[in-house]
Ligand binder design. Structure first.
Ligand SMILES: *[C@@H]1O[C@H](CO)[C@@H](O)[C@H](O)[C@H]1NC(C)=O
Ligand SMILES: *[C@@H]1O[C@H](CO)[C@@H](O)[C@H](O)[C@H]1NC(C)=O
Ligand SMILES: *[C@@H]1O[C@H](CO)[C@@H](O)[C@H](O)[C@H]1NC(C)=O
Ligand SMILES: *[C@@H]1O[C@H](CO)[C@@H](O)[C@H](O)[C@H]1NC(C)=O
Length: 439
């Protein structure tokens, strides 16, 4: 496509104004007026017509347009390819259509696991009494799990091998979403792993997710080696480096967002081909951390929260987040986690910039987390006990120590060394579900 070439050239070549033929028979002031009007016309055409409609420019002069493309900032002038144009039209249309109204809206819980689900009993307690308001889907990529809870029996979908950091992880997420979308009552979709636990009562989670106006997809710009450093130029022209984003894999999303992921093959293809471990120059990229954050940043940036409602503790500054053992499980820990009301992102470059933002739920500050992960199976009994004891206020739980929150996986552990966790503000612990009504 010509416009694409123009854009590529535009990044390298010197600015150049359109050449205008001299007309010797015109007097000087008229000549200037003509020139100024011509330039203005091109400029107007550039701004009024979206970049994909270059035909409009050709009406005036093909060469003039090309020169102008080189002269104006490249991003403004890059023409969309046919595929991008088609993709954006479809996605815009889906986002603008009114959501399907269901008389029996449900939340779909999507479990991505290699095999067994060690916290099935805990989830069983969580789901109990809420039949008809949720559905469960299990993608077991290695072994077929033996189930302990009736809510999980026969809920496995057809699955395939999942390799850490590879595109097969995103394939599995898409497979789960596709299966859950078949049920029109599913209005919100939650991705969970085998090490995830619920932090709140079902009602709390249901209201938090069902009545939110955004999807909880983690997304931030990390100019460092573990962020944009993973970008490779072969993603051009569809994905530019400036749009490349990072975020933890564990999302919750609205139905419309799940549908646009199903509708997308263009951007997904780019990530499948060019965001994987072991690329040229020893570059590693992990699609599960970049595809969705980048996709939403490009196509619906205001439709996502930019943080994940699944808590994880990076305070140990290792390559993997802290795994909770049985002795770590205390009411205080749970209370600490649930009281956090600000999320934190840290860049992986030398500056190690810390960005703290309040967790806003429909514009109001709320506690950030509904789920938490990296709990070892040995914690089950303690977790079950805390639920049973606190049946009236099911999950009045929280955690502590100086919290270093870092919502994105596989970050450079060193990059967190300069954090000042004391700055993270706490949301007052919930004393009653009635006082935390989200409806
Ligand atoms: C998320 O970040 C984008 C910028 O990337 C911003 O436009 C959007 O408003 C943010 N979402 C919320 C809920 O603040
Ligand atoms: C969500 O609600 C907040 C508060 O009313 C508002 O500022 C924000 O723009 C809304 N976002 C969307 C995507 O509707
Ligand atoms: C909970 O938070 C408090 C205050 O930040 C801290 O002193 C305490 O150690 C934390 N407890 C646990 C178990 O993390
Ligand atoms: C809600 O909180 C207020 C104080 O903020 C308290 O007086 C009231 O008793 C609480 N209600 C319930 C049902 O716990």
């Amino acid at each position: 496509m010509k416009s694409t070439q123009g854009w590529r050239m535009g990044t390298k070549e010197t600015p150049m104004l359109p050449k205008t033929r001299q007309r010797s028979n015109l007097k000087k002031p008229t000549w200037i007026i003509v020139l100024v009007s011509l330039v203005s016309l091109f400029l107007i055409c550039a701004y009024v017509y979206p970049p994909q409609q270059f035909a409009a420019c050709y009406v005036f002069s093909y060469h003039g347009c090309e020169a102008l493309q080189n002269w104006l900032p490249p991003a403004l002038f890059r023409g969309l390819t046919d595929d991008e144009f088609a993709s954006r039209v479809v996605i815009r249309d889906i986002l603008n259509s009114p959501p399907i109204i269901s008389l029996n809206p449900k939340i779909a819980f999507l479990f991505l696991t290699p095999g067994a689900l060690p916290f099935e009993k805990l989830w069983d307690k969580f789901f109990q009494g809420n039949e008809g308001r949720f559905s469960v889907y299990v993608h077991a990529s290695k072994d077929k799990p033996v189930h302990f809870s009736r809510y999980f029996i026969n809920r496995e979908i057809r699955s395939d091998t999942v390799e850490w950091g590879k595109i097969s992880m995103v394939d599995a997420e898409r497979r789960l979403l596709a299966n859950a979308l078949k049920d029109l009552d599913n209005q919100h979709f939650v991705l969970l792993s085998d090490s995830c636990i619920p932090l709140r009562s079902f009602d709390f989670v249901y209201n938090y997710l069902m009545y939110t106006n955004v999807s909880f997809v983690d997304c931030f710009e990390d100019p460092g080696p573990h962020g944009s450093g993973r970008y490779i130029k072969y993603m051009l022209p569809e994905v530019e480096k400036k749009d490349f984003r990072k975020g933890a894999q564990w999302f919750t999303m609205k139905r419309q967002h799940a549908i646009i992921i199903m509708a997308d093959s263009l951007y997904f293809r780019k990530f499948r081909e060019y965001c994987k471990p072991g690329m040229e120059g020893g570059r590693n990229c992990y699609s599960d951390e970049h595809y969705l954050p980048t996709f939403f940043h490009m196509l619906d940036p205001t439709g996502i929260s930019n943080w994940s409602v699944t808590h994880v503790d990076w305070s140990e500054m290792k390559w993997h987040p802290k795994s909770y053992r049985a002795q770590d499980i205390t009411m205080e820990l749970m209370r600490n986690i649930t009281s956090i009301a600000e999320n934190m992102h840290v860049t992986s470059d030398k500056k190690r910039q810390v960005k703290i933002t309040p967790c806003l739920w429909n514009g109001n500050e709320r506690s950030c987390y509904l789920f938490a992960r990296k709990f070892l199976p040995e914690t089950l009994n303690k977790l079950l006990a805390s639920v049973v004891v606190k049946q009236v206020v099911p999950y009045r739980i929280g955690c502590s120590r100086r919290w270093l929150l870092f919502s994105s996986a596989r970050a450079n552990p060193e990059s967190q060394a300069s954090l000042k966790p004391g700055k993270v503000k706490k949301w007052p612990s919930v004393t009653s579900m009635a006082n935390f009504s989200l409806v």
